[in-house]
Design a protein around this ligand. Structure first.
Ligand code: PHE
Length: 453
C-alpha cells in the first residue's frame, strides 16, 4: 500500500530527472575519482575490482532501492522517518537508532571528505597557475607533499569547502543543486573520457588495463573484501540516510527501480573510467599503485603537464572534481540539517551553521593526521585512516544491514511492494536479495573481519 498525502516539509524534487541528477550528484564524488583508484591500488587491482562490482550488484542495488523506498514512505529526516515507519509497522521505536547512527556517520564522513575536497580546491589554483607544466612524477609528489605537510593551507581550503557546502544546504537542496548537477555531471564525464584517451597513448595502458580487470585472487585479503564492501556503500551514498533523505523528496509516481539502476550504473562507470585514466599513468611513470590517498594528486598533474592543452584540461578537471565533491558533501550533511529543522524547530540557516561548524572543527583532526599528528596511530592507522575505516567499512555496512532487515523483514510485504511498484517476479527477486543475500553477505564479511582485530 502507498501512503497517500504524506508530504515532506522540506519540499519535493521537480521531476524524476531532478531526483536522478541529485542522487547521481550525491553518489558520484571523491569516492569514485579519488578513493576508488587508491584503494584499488592498495588492494592489488583486478580481484578487488571484481568483489567491489559484485557488492554493488547484489548488495548496493537492493539496499539503494530499500533506502529510497523508506525515505519516500516516511517523508522526513531519516531519524523521524524510521520512527514513523516503525510505528506504522507495529515495530520497536529502537529502529530510529538507525537514523541516529546515520547522523553521526554523516558528521564523521564530511569531516574528512571536506579536507580532501580542499586538496582538490587547492589543485585548481595550482593547475591554473601553470605549476603542472612539464612536471615530473617526482616533482608532482613533492608538490603534494608540500600541501599535506602544511596544516594552515589545508585549513584554509577545508574552511572554503565547508563554507561552500553550508551555503547551498542553508538555501535548501533543490534550489541551485538541480541546475548545477545537470551541467556538471556530463562535463565531468567528458573530461574523464579525454583523460582515458590520453592514458591510452601514455604507454602504460595495457599494464593499467591488466591491473584493473585481470583478477589475481591471490592478492585479495579479508581486509580487501571488507574494504570493497564498505566502498560499495560509500560510493553509492548508502547506509547513512543520504539517499533516504533524497528519497523523501521524491514524487510518488517515480519508479524507484529505474532511478536506482540509472544512478548505480552512472556511478560505476565513472569509477571505472577514473581507474582507466589513472593506472596507465601510474605504470607509464613507474609510480607506486599503492601510494595511498595522494594517488590521483600525484599522478594526474604529470598527465596534464605533458598533454597539449593540459593547463585548461587540468584546471577544468579539478574544478569538476570540486563540483562532484560539493554535490556529494551536500547530501552527506542534509539528513542532519533536515533533522535539526524538524525536531528543534530552528531555521534551515541556523541548522546549517550548527552542523557545518561541528563538522569543520572535526575536520581539523584529519588535517593534523597528515602532518603534526602523523605519528599518532592506533593499530597502525592515523586519525584519517581510522575515520575512513570506521565510517566506510563498519558504520555504512551496518546501516545497510539494518536498512535491509527493516525493509525485508520488519515491513509488511504489501507495503514494500506497493511502494516499490514492482511486478510479482521482480518483487520476489528484490525480496530474496534484501532478506537473505544482503544480510548474510554483510554478516559473513563482518565475521571474517572481526578475526583481523
Ligand atoms: N558517494 C559519495 C562519493 O562517492 C560519498 C558519500 C558517502 C555521499 C556517503 C553521501 C553519503 O564521493
Amino acid at each position: 500500500m502507498m501512503v497517500e498525502g504524506r508530504k515532506s516539509i522540506h519540499g519535493e524534487w521537480s521531476s524524476r530527472w531532478a531526483f536522478i541528477l541529485a542522487a547521481t550528484g550525491s553518489a558520484v564524488g571523491l569516492g569514485n575519482i579519488w578513493k576508488f583508484p587508491y584503494i584499488t591500488g592498495e588492494n592489488g587491482g583486478g580481484a578487488f575490482v571484481l568483489v567491489y562490482l559484485l557488492c554493488i550488484a547484489v548488495i548496493g542495488i537492493p539496499v539503494m532501492m530499500s533506502e529510497i523506498m523508506l525515505g519516500r514512505r516516511g517523508r522526513q529526516s531519516p531519524i523521524n522517518t524510521m520512527r514513523t515507519l516503525a510505528r506504522e509497522e507495529g515495530r520497536s521505536g529502537y529502529w530510529q537508532l538507525l537514523g541516529f547512527v546515520g547522523v553521526l556517520t554523516g558528521f564523521l564522513i564530511l569531516s574528512f571528505y571536506s579536507v580532501i575536497a580542499g586538496w582538490a580546491l587547492s589543485y585548481v589554483v595550482q593547475a591554473v597557475s601553470g605549476l603542472f607544466e612539464g612536471v615530473t612524477a617526482e616533482r608532482s609528489g613533492e608538490i603534494f607533499g608540500e600541501l599535506v605537510s602544511n596544516p594552515g593551507v589545508q585549513l584554509f581550503w577545508h574552511t572554503m569547502f565547508m563554507g561552500m557546502t553550508m551555503f547551498v544546504v542553508a538555501r535548501g537542496v533543490r534550489e541551485g543543486l538541480e541546475k548545477a548537477v545537470r551541467l556538471l555531471m556530463p562535463a565531468l564525464f567528458i573530461l574523464l573520457l579525454i583523460l582515458v584517451g590520453y592514458a591510452m597513448n601514455s604507454g602504460g595502458f595495457a599494464q593499467g588495463f591488466h591491473f584493473l580487470f585481470d583478477p589475481d585472487f591471490s592478492k585479495i585479503t579479508t581486509e580487501g573484501v571488507l574494504t570493497a564492501l564498505g566502498h560499495a556503500f560509500f560510493t553509492l551514498s548508502l547506509g547513512m540516510g543520504a539517499i533516504m533523505i533524497y528519497g523523501s523528496y521524491l514524487p510518488e509516481n517515480v519508479s524507484i527501480t529505474r532511478a536506482t539502476f540509472t544512478v548505480a550504473i552512472a556511478d560505476t562507470v565513472v569509477a571505472l573510467l577514473a581507474g582507466m585514466a589513472i593506472f596507465p599513468i601510474v605504470f607509464a611513470n613507474s609510480l607506486e599503485p599503492g601510494a595511498g590517498p595522494g594517488l590521483i594528486f600525484q599522478t594526474l598533474p604529470v598527465a596534464f603537464g605533458a598533454m597539449p592543452g593540459g593547463l585548461i584540461f587540468g584546471t577544468l578537471f579539478f574544478i569538476l572534481l570540486v563540483f562532484a565533491a560539493w554535490s556529494s558533501a551536500i547530501s552527506i550533511i542534509e539528513p542532519v540539517v533536515a533533522w535539526l529543522v524538524e525536531s528543534r524547530g530552528i531555521s534551515r540557516r541556523r541548522a546549517s551553521m550548527i552542523a557545518g561548524t561541528v563538522t569543520w572543527a572535526l575536520g581539523i583532526a584529519t588535517i593534523l593526521s597528515f602532518n603534526l599528528w602523523s605519528e599518532l596511530k592506533w593499530m597502525d592507522k592515523t586519525i584519517f585512516d581510522l575515520l575512513d575505516y570506521l565510517t566506510a567499512n563498519i558504520m555504512l555496512p551496518l546501516g545497510g544491514l539494518l536498512i535491509a532487515l527493516f525493509a525485508g523483514w520488519a515491513m509488511r510485504s504489501s507495503n514494500s511492494r506497493g511502494e516499490l511498484g514492482l511486478q510479482q517476479v521482480s518483487y520476489r527477486r528484490w525480496q530474496l536479495l534484501i532478506r537473505y543475500v544482503t544480510p548474510i553477505a554483510i554478516a559473513i564479511v563482518f565475521l571474517n573481519a572481526i578475526e583481523l582485530i
